[in-house]
Ligand binder design. Structure first.
Ligand code: UD2
Length: 311
């Protein structure tokens, strides 16, 4: 049994990770302010302790870290919207960067003996770099407060780890989708918005031609990658793309989803979103080399996602 902290653990990616940790017998602490997360994402279980707190609450975080002596820490709490970071650059910086550096600082200052700390970065850091697919050595071009915070925190986590002997890794998520992705914001993941539209027979707004491509990766594969990267003790101070290694256009994805659900999506077409990236897909050679075995195609993942929405 390990003691594990998951910040953002009531959210989409976090709560799916928590389920797997619990199944493995771990004792899990979740810190989440429920800004996007939902308490109902967490099963009532004696192995899970939940705190409705912001990671920006330094006193709380320090006490928790000193009291619990975690083996593993997953830093998943974030304002995950690029557009929100443009609207509230200073506030999102406090969450997406500063709060995470404070956690590292407590670990350093009090010599906490953690086995691994993982930080969740984003494909957003590649920005408008046209190179495809993106590998971990591709040029980064962070264009928004969100991308800047993700990139600089990623560097902080890796170099802080090296300097002070704290085993750290970082992941760059591509377009993660699946059960529990919250469609409540207009900036939520596109597949959660398409799901809502199909489910409620409402209209979906398509920005641009629909020919833009994304590397959609199913949540179960993402959780597999997170566990793999933290549990391998010799693996540290490295950053990994987490994607499917494939890319499809929005129009293709919609077609697949219509077939699976048996519904025709009503679509309103609008101008392309400002700052939208045309094509994005991950080179996952590095992740494959450490034993990652993605199990879901876009159609098998969407099928499970659709089934989860029926309940
Ligand atoms: C994703 C991440 C973002 C960042 C970025 C890195 C999500 C929710 N966002 O942004 O955090 O890491 O990748 O590159 O995973 N679209 C529509 N209609 C809608 C919503 C979206 O047409 O109602 C389009 C949108 O213009 C874009 C595509 O769908 O071309 C994907 O949009 P998204 O917001 O799901 O994800 P993305 O790739 O912009």
């Amino acid at each position: 049994m390990s003691k594990v902290l998951v910040t953002g653990g009531a959210g989409f990616i976090g709560s799916n990770l928590v389920d797997k940790l619990v199944a493995a017998g771990d004792q899990v602490t979740v810190v989440d302010d429920l800004s996007m997360g939902l308490i109902t994402n967490l099963s009532k279980n004696r192995q899970v302790s939940f705190y409705q707190k912001s990671i920006t609450n330094h006193d709380f975080m320090k006490k928790l870290l000193l009291q619990e002596n975690f083996d593993y820490i997953y830093l998943l709490a974030a304002v995950a919207s690029v557009a929100d970071s443009i609207a509230r650059p200073y506030e999102t910086h406090q969450i997406n960067q500063e709060a995470n550096i404070y956690i590292l600082e407590v670990i350093r200052k009090y010599h906490l003996r953690i086995k691994k700390l993982l930080f969740s970065s984003s494909a957003a850091i590649y920005g408008s770099n046209p190179e495809l697919p993106k590998n971990e050595n591709s040029t980064v071009d962070p264009l928004t407060p969100y991308a800047i915070d993700k990139f600089s925190t990623e560097r902080f986590v890796i170099d802080f780890g090296k300097l002070y002997g704290i085993p750290t890794v970082a992941v760059r998520f591509f377009n993660v989708y699946g059960p529990r992705q919250n469609p409540k914001s207009p900036y939520s993941g596109v597949l959660s918005l398409i799901s809502q539209a199909i489910l409620h027979h409402s209209a979906f707004t398509l920005f641009g031609s629909g020919e833009q491509t994304r590397d959609f990766v199913f949540i179960e594969d993402v959780v597999q990658a997170l566990l793999l990267l933290t549990k391998k003790s010799d693996l540290k101070y490295e950053v990994f793309n987490v994607g499917s290694g494939k890319h499809v256009s929005l129009l293709q994805v919609i077609k697949v989803y219509e077939k699976i659900s048996g519904f025709k999506l009503k679509t309103n077409i609008r101008d392309e979103r400002q700052g939208d990236i045309k094509h994005s897909y991950a080179d996952i050679t590095k992740l494959l080399a450490v034993g990652y075995k993605p199990k879901y195609s876009i159609s098998s993942g969407l099928k499970l996602y659709w089934e989860s929405l029926q309940n």
